[in-house]
Design a binder for this molecule. Sequence first.
Ligand SMILES: Cc1cc2nc3c(=O)[nH]c(=O)nc-3n(C[C@H](O)[C@H](O)[C@H](O)COP(=O)(O)OP(=O)(O)OC[C@H]3O[C@@H](n4cnc5c(N)ncnc54)[C@H](O)[C@@H]3O)c2cc1C
Length: 160
Amino acid sequence: RAFLAEVHKRMGDLLGELTLNSARSSWPLSFQHTAKIVDHRLALVGDSAHGMHPIAGQGLNLGLRDVGALVEVLDEALRLGLDLGDAQVLKKYEEWRALDSLMVMGATDSLTRIFGIRGKTASALRRFGMDGIQRTSWLKGFFMNEARGVSGQLPELLKA
Ligand SMILES: Cc1cc2nc3c(=O)[nH]c(=O)nc-3n(C[C@H](O)[C@H](O)[C@H](O)COP(=O)(O)OP(=O)(O)OC[C@H]3O[C@@H](n4cnc5c(N)ncnc54)[C@H](O)[C@@H]3O)c2cc1C
């Protein structure tokens, strides 16, 4: 009852009356990466393909790029009269997404580790680094483009 009251206090009536369907549980946020995101007539997208810390708010963005890439690969296969579950077709999707996923996951995991280091020295070094990025326009632009997900080979669906 205390938990539901706290949730209600924070969310208001946004979702109407809330009830608990099961005991409360928690799952620690963790880095989950696999190079293999396709299998026999199967393709993973979004968090089923990768799990990362939400420190930089990139999970949904990455998932949308997965969907855009998969749609594009399947659309091309359809136009060529290929079977949509063909291993080569799905492999193309997997190869397209490999670098982007690894880069974003590597960056968010590094950020989590860097910001997790305690102590005044680490804090001063972080401030120094952030100030440096803030003052260096090309570096700031690079990080902003990465965070906005507009670098690399973007699927057509995400260019609009
Ligand atoms: C605290 C936090 C903050 C975040 N902030 C950001 C942010 O600012 N920006 C950003 O881009 N991303 C953010 N993310 C990440 C983002 O929320 C996820 O990457 C995104 O929701 C993944 O979408 P998805 O559809 O792949 O998976 P999910 O959103 O997890 O959807 C999967 C769905 O499948 C359902 N499901 C599971 N198992 C079954 C089953 N067996 N049968 C039927 N249904 C099932 C689940 O109930 C769920 O509804 C954040 C994540 C967290 C935890």
